[in-house]
Design a protein around this ligand. Structure first.
Ligand code: SAM
Length: 259
């Protein structure tokens, strides 16, 4: 194991075992883990992002996902795993921005859970070339700033947005009202956004852009948020007007407070 850890470690990251038995990493730069070590890296990806999104998005010929940010790639790879496990046949496109090029290059040496064994070739291609493409799946990593990416994304609109940045305290630029406005411009009217954050500031930044806010609740994981411009029957609705009246001083983050 020691060899494996030192092969992956690019000085900025330390591989860490999480409670579901899968490895995540600790970022020395952001001083945060990539996943909740309590919920577990793979489990968190599945229950906070992939499963709630696909509860809403089914029976389409083609599904296009924005995975913010690629990080260790769990949300992308867990989506492929979910596809295989459930024999989904719709064409899948995943686009994922990531600032840290050296992390992406080192992922070919990351110890992924055995559920991802069948994607070794995909992991290698994404790590080395930033792209994987076959008849059914297209996955593309953009090495650069997610804010710029969402403002200039040239392709079709998204069915699903996994919003999985470091926390609002650590990486506030990816949680502002303006950021979620830019996402609103590229998510479909019936699209679904998932995020682990249940902070009122995050929910306000979404709500003030016209998203409806829903609670994703389940066993053995902490609550998370699902948001959509449309009504979702699959989740319980969060009454934001009530939350605001109980917390009149709460506010969303603004770009000008950060930049
Ligand atoms: C919590 S991690 C993402 C975890 C990832 N979804 C996974 O499953 O492993 C956050 C990632 O955001 C990246 N990041 C931070 N700021 C960014 C930005 N402005 N644009 C793109 N990526 C950014 C970091 O380098 C880090 O890899």
């Amino acid at each position: 194991m020691a060899n494996f850890v030192s092969r992956f470690n690019d000085e900025q990251h330390i591989m860490t075992l999480s409670d579901d038995g899968s490895y995540t990493a600790y970022s020395k730069q952001y001083k945060e883990h990539y996943h909740s070590t309590k919920d577990g890296a793979l489990y968190e990806s599945l229950v906070k992002h992939v499963e709630p999104a696909f509860k809403v998005k089914q029976n389409q010929d083609e599904i296009t996902i924005l995975d913010i940010c690629y990080g260790l790639g769990f949300n992308t790879l867990a989506t492929l795993y979910y596809y295989k496990k459930n024999n989904l046949s719709s064409k899948l496109n995943i686009y994922s921005p990531e600032l840290d090029a050296s992390l992406v290059q080192s992922l070919k040496d990351f110890t992924y859970p055995q559920e991802f064994d069948e994607f070794k070739n995909i992991i290698l291609q994404l790590s080395e070339n930033g792209i994987y493409d076959d008849e059914f799946w297209h996955v593309e990593i953009f090495l650069g700033d997610a804010r710029e990416y969402v403002r200039t994304f040239p392709h079709a609109k998204f069915d699903i947005v996994y919003h999985d940045a470091f926390s609002p305290t650590t990486n506030p630029i990816l949680w502002t009202k303006e950021y979620f406005r830019d996402i609103r411009n590229i998510i479909k009217e019936d699209g679904v956004l998932t995020t682990y954050s249940i902070a009122l500031g995050t929910r306000l930044a979404l709500y003030e852009n016209g998203y409806r806010i829903y609670l994703n609740k389940g066993e053995k994981f902490r609550d998370s948020t699902v948001a959509s411009l449309s009504i979702l029957e699959q989740f319980s609705y969060v009454d934001m007007q009530h939350k605001i009246s109980c917390n009149p001083h709460a506010k969303s983050l603004l770009d000008k407070e950060i930049i």
